[in-house]
Design a protein around this ligand. Structure first.
Ligand code: GLU
Length: 542
């Protein structure tokens, strides 16, 4: 009996690995094209970090490379019904649809599938079989109790823990004995026989982290579990080999596994990909920083952005900002270009995790929305409202009027920047709708609070000065005349130079008119607002 018999006993039906080598031909891509992937587990929760990673992956793959998605569902306890669809939908929502993937009906799109690990069992097993035949992997019969015992002994002896070196009880088991045990129905898993020597170092050049040295791996890790499925490590090597990945972009929790992974690639006879390990997204919490957490931070869920109505473009632009901080300047210089034209550079990413700050994201979003036309803002708000805010949807039914409202201070050099998300829109435009505006509401005035004075100012303005057809210059001059008539400076400058000579300045007067007409101290341009509201409505409000 030899290793071949052992391999045949363990994997009687799997095809020879050469079958798969033949089937999955090397990709025919232009020189230098990047093949990279996003490899999530379908756990029912899509983290914003997944969008971040995919955005980076897509920016690297560009048009001549490939960005694919592989569903990593070998830990079937963690799998959630519909998990694959959720991931694909989230990517689609952010315009990050992959070039190759498997859909929710298990239909593969691309030549290198199946793109779901649970459907690739035979592929992993073909290589596990090869390793057993070559004496580079072996069945291990240690029970959880045995492993506990080993660990206990290691701790007592103050040694590092794991299945390595002299602790590998099943590594040197005679083949006949292993065969007998298997025939006897003993349960087992398959372990990799590590050739590593931890006294030696391996050098790793990470695209993001730079040069890192590690001791060689000597752990005989599990490659095939008792359910016949592979562990992450083994699946990673086999899949990224067959799928032609040449750049692995993944979370830096895997950085310490690099020595093992490089060893696996080497022993399997595969060319190793380049690795780019990205730090986790961080958030300020009190004095310090911590990881953006699924449990504590609603903004860690991709669904949050849809519910809040934060446009995908805002999220993507913000993520690009934190990935490459020079993006912000580039964006200012190239406001009209697609973000994929930005020369994204993995090397410019921070070694530690990027700080994820919602306030900054909303600022970016205000800029993004300020560049949209009234029609675009209208369509997006309406679409959001239909799902999340009935009242807003109702308000927006009057399209022609709403376009005028949303068009205020839009499309000019200094466009309005008050909308960060579609859920802001209702509050921002509410007062512009006669059926919603409560003219008897309790308004807060700023400087001028005396009711008689307010009434007089408003009355005088509408009786003496207001004229619907005035252009902006005349409108403004009249506001100054009104100020003067009431003892307020025509210019802020004049007031500041001589504050005792006036009750206030023209801004205080226009605020009175503004609050009276809108209920707000802060609004976009009052002249434009008055134009849109129209004379009849204005007079009703006063
Ligand atoms: N399924 C692994 C994870 O979610 C993938 C890591 C990788 O990209 O290789 O962490």
């Amino acid at each position: 009996m030899d290793n071949k018999d052992l391999a045949n006993l363990i994997f009687p039906d799997v095809k020879d690995y050469t079958y798969y080598e033949e089937k999955y031909k090397a990709r025919n891509l232009p020189e230098g094209a990047i093949v990279t992937r996003f490899a999530p587990s379908p756990t029912g929760f899509v983290h914003i970090g997944g969008i971040y990673q995919s955005l980076i992956a897509k920016s690297m793959a560009k048009d001549d490379g490939i960005f694919f998605v592989r569903i990593e569902d070998t830990d079937q306890k963690r799998e959630v019904e519909g998990g694959t669809k959720q991931i694909l939908d989230a990517l689609k929502d952010f315009d990050l649809s992959p070039d190759e993937y498997i859909d929710e009906d298990n239909v593969n799109h691309g030549e290198y599938g199946p793109y779901k690990q649970s459907l690739r069992k035979e592929i992993y097993q073909s290589y596990a079989k090869k390793l057993i035949e070559e004496g580079k992997a072996y069945p291990c019969f240690c029970t959880p109790e045995d492993l506990d015992k080993i660990r206990g002994d290691q701790e007592k002896a103050k040694e590092r823990t794991g299945y390595f070196g002299k602790w590998t009880r099943c590594r040197n088991m005679p083949i006949d004995m292993a065969i007998d045990k298997i025939k006897n129905g003993d349960s087992y898993i398959v372990r990799f026989k590590s050739p590593g020597n931890p006294d030696k170092k391996i050098k790793h050049k990470d695209v993001i982290k730079g040069n890192v040295d590690f001791p060689e791996n000597d752990q005989d890790i599990v490659i095939i579990k008792s359910d016949g499925l592979p562990t992450y490590h083994f699946a990673h090597a086999v899949d990224d080999h067959f799928m032609g990945t040449n750049l692995v972009i993944r979370g830096d929790e895997w950085l310490s596994s690099v020595p093992l992974h490089l060893q696996l690639f080497y022993v399997l006879g595969f060319k190793a990909p380049k690795y780019a390990h990205i730090g986790p997204m961080m958030k300020i919490d009190g004095e310090g920083k911590r990881k953006l957490s699924k449990r504590k931070d609603p903004e860690s869920a991709v669904s949050y952005y849809k519910e809040e109505g934060i446009p995908k473009q805002s999220v993507l632009e913000y993520l690009m900002n934190i990935a490459n901080s020079n993006f912000e300047i580039w964006r200012k210089q190239n406001p009209e270009k697609s973000m994929y034209e930005f020369p994204f550079d993995l090397k410019k990413m921070g070694v530690s995790g990027a700080l994820f700050d919602m306030v900054k994201m909303l600022d970016v979003s205000k800029n993004v929305i300020s560049r949209l036309s009234a029609e675009e803002v209208y369509n997006a708000s309406l679409e959001w409202a239909k799902e999340y805010d009935e009242e807003l949807a109702e308000i927006l039914e009057n399209k022609e009027y709403s376009l005028r409202v949303l068009g205020i201070e839009r499309g000019n050099v200094k466009p309005r920047k008050d909308i960060a998300k579609w859920s802001d829109v209702k509050n921002i435009i509410y007062y512009m709708y006669p059926e919603k505006f409560d003219k008897n509401g309790e308004f807060e005035y700023q400087k001028v609070t005396d009711e008689d004075e307010i009434t007089k100012i408003v009355k005088t303005y509408f009786e003496k000065y207001y004229n619907e057809t005035d252009d902006k210059q005349i409108w403004f001059n009249k506001m100054k005349d009104l100020a003067e008539e009431f003892g307020y400076a025509r210019e802020v400058k004049e007031y500041k130079a001589n504050p005792d000579a006036y009750k206030g300045h023209v801004g205080d007067i226009s605020t009175v008119i503004r609050v009276k007409l809108t209920g707000r101290c802060n609004t976009p341009d009052l002249y434009e607002i008055m134009k849109v509201l129209g004379k009849e409505e204005l007079l009703k409000r006063v």
